[in-house]
Design a binder for this molecule. Structure first.
Ligand SMILES: Cc1ncc(COP(=O)(O)O)c(C=O)c1O
Ligand SMILES: C[C@@H](O)[C@H](N)C(=O)O
Length: 357
C-alpha cells in the first residue's frame, strides 16, 4: 500500500516501451535528435502556440532554471510559504540564480492569496538595501493537494505583471490539476498569464522527464546556458524525449492523472465515511487526513506507506488532538483499487477499536 508519494511509483509501461523503442541506431546528441524535435512540436500542439522547450530530468532543475531566468541574483521571488521551491529544494533557485531570495507568503491549502501578494507588493522597498520581487511562483496542483482555478491564476498573474513580475508555474503535478479543472493546457497557463512552466511528467508515469516551457521567447533568457553549466543538458536527450512523446501521445498523460485523482477521491470519500477528518479539499492526488493515533498505528502495522505531515496551511481553527496525527496520502497512476480497499478496511477496523475504547 504505497501512499507515501507518487515519486515512489514506477513508470507507466508505455513510457518504458517508448524508451526501448528509440534505442535503435545513432542519433544526434544534446537535444539535436529527432525525438526531441518531435516532442517540442507535440508540446507546441498541446499548448496551441510556439514554445521554447528545455528538457531536464528533475522538477527541481526545471524550477530552479525557470526562476533563475526570471529573477536576477539581487531580486526576490514570491511563492507560498510551503512551496517546494522554498522548502525542499535545498536552495536550488538561490543557487542557480546566484542569490535571488525566495519570499514565502502564507495561504490556506498551499495557495497564495491574491491579497497576500498585493500586500507584499504595496510595501515600498529601498533599493539597493532591499530586494525587489521579480517573479511570482505558483504550484499547480499545490503541495497541499489543492488546485488554483484558471481565474485565480489569471488574477494573480495580472497583479504580478502590473508590478513587473514574471509568473512561473511549478507543474510537477500539472496533469492532475488540468484533469481536475477540465481546462486546456493553454487556458491554465499562457492564456492566464503564466510566462514559464515547469512541465512535470515524472510524478505521473515518466521515469524522469520534465520540461521548462517558455511561452514568450523574449523571456527565455539564457536558459540554455544555465542548463548546460548546471549539468542538466543530457547528451542522450532522446531517452528523455521518448518518455514525454509516449506520455503526450493522445490522452495518455491525462488518463494517468485521472486515475490518480480518482483513487484519491475514492480514498478520501471512504475515510470521510469513517468519520476521519480531512481539513483540506482533495482536488488532485494528495489527501491530508487527521488520523486517530490508533488508526495510524494500525495502518502502518498493516504495511501502509505514508508520511506524517506538518503544515501551517490548514483552515483557521483546525485542531489536531494529542492522540491524533496529520498525515499525507498520495496516489498515483499506479495506485490499485485493492490498495485503496485494503487501506480503508484497516482504517475502518482501527476506527472501531478507537471508538470501542
Ligand atoms: C510540487 C513539487 N515541485 C517540484 C518537485 C521536485 O521534483 P524532483 O523531486 O523531481 O526534483 C516536487 C517533488 O516531488 C514537488 O512535489
Ligand atoms: C520532497 C517530497 O515532498 C516530494 N517532492 C514529494 O512530493 O513526494
Amino acid at each position: 500500500m504505497n501512499f507515501a508519494s507518487d515519486n515512489w511509483a514506477g513508470a507507466a509501461p508505455r513510457v518504458l516501451e517508448a524508451v526501448a523503442r528509440v534505442n535503435e541506431g545513432a542519433m544526434r546528441a544534446y537535444g539535436g535528435d529527432e525525438v526531441t524535435a518531435r516532442v517540442k512540436a507535440r508540446l507546441c500542439d498541446v499548448f496551441e502556440r510556439d514554445l521554447s522547450v528545455f528538457l531536464v530530468v528533475t522538477g527541481t532543475a526545471a524550477n530552479a532554471l525557470s526562476l533563475a531566468t526570471l529573477a536576477q541574483s539581487w531580486r526576490s521571488v514570491l511563492c507560498h510559504a510551503e512551496a517546494h521551491v522554498v522548502d525542499v529544494e535545498c536552495g536550488a533557485t538561490e543557487f542557480y540564480s546566484g542569490g535571488a531570495k525566495l519570499v514565502g507568503l502564507p495561504g490556506v491549502g498551499g495557495k497564495v492569496p491574491l491579497e497576500a501578494v498585493a500586500r507584499h507588493l504595496a510595501v515600498p522597498r529601498r533599493v539597493p538595501h532591499q530586494m525587489i520581487p521579480a517573479a511570482l511562483s505558483l504550484t499547480q496542483s499545490t503541495e497541499l493537494g489543492t488546485v488554483y482555478s484558471v481565474d485565480e491564476i489569471g488574477a494573480l498573474a495580472e497583479l504580478a505583471h502590473a508590478h513587473g513580475l514574471g509568473v512561473h508555474l511549478d507543474g510537477a503535478r500539472f496533469a492532475n490539476a488540468l484533469v481536475r479543472l477540465g481546462a486546456t493546457p493553454a487556458e491554465m497557463t499562457w492564456r492566464a498569464g503564466v510566462d514559464i512552466l515547469s512541465f512535470g511528467g515524472t510524478k505521473n508515469g515518466c521515469i524522469a522527464a520534465e520540461a521548462v516551457i517558455v511561452f514568450d521567447a523574449e523571456r527565455a533568457g539564457h536558459i540554455a546556458e544555465r542548463r548546460m553549466r548546471g549539468g542538466h543538458l543530457l547528451s542522450k536527450s532522446r531517452f528523455v524525449a521518448a518518455q514525454l512523446e509516449s506520455y503526450l501521445a493522445a490522452d495518455h498523460w491525462l488518463d494517468l492523472a485521472a486515475h490518480a485523482n480518482a483513487a484519491a477521491a475514492r480514498l478520501a470519500a471512504g475515510l470521510a465515511r469513517l468519520g476521519i477528518r480531512i481539513p483540506l479539499a482533495v482536488e488532485a492526488n494528495q489527501i491530508f487526513p487527521i488520523l486517530p493515533a490508533g488508526v495510524d498505528a494500525a495502518l502502518r502495522a498493516a504495511g501502509a506507506a505514508f508520511h506524517p505531515w506538518t503544515t501551517a496551511s490548514l483552515p483557521e481553527g483546525t485542531a489536531i488532538g494529542e492522540d491524533e496525527v496529520l498525515v499525507r496520502l498520495v496516489t498515483s497512476f499506479a495506485t490499485r483499487d485493492e490498495e485503496v480497499d485494503r487501506f480503508l478496511a484497516v482504517a475502518a477496523q482501527g476506527m472501531r477499536e478507537v471508538n470501542a475504547v
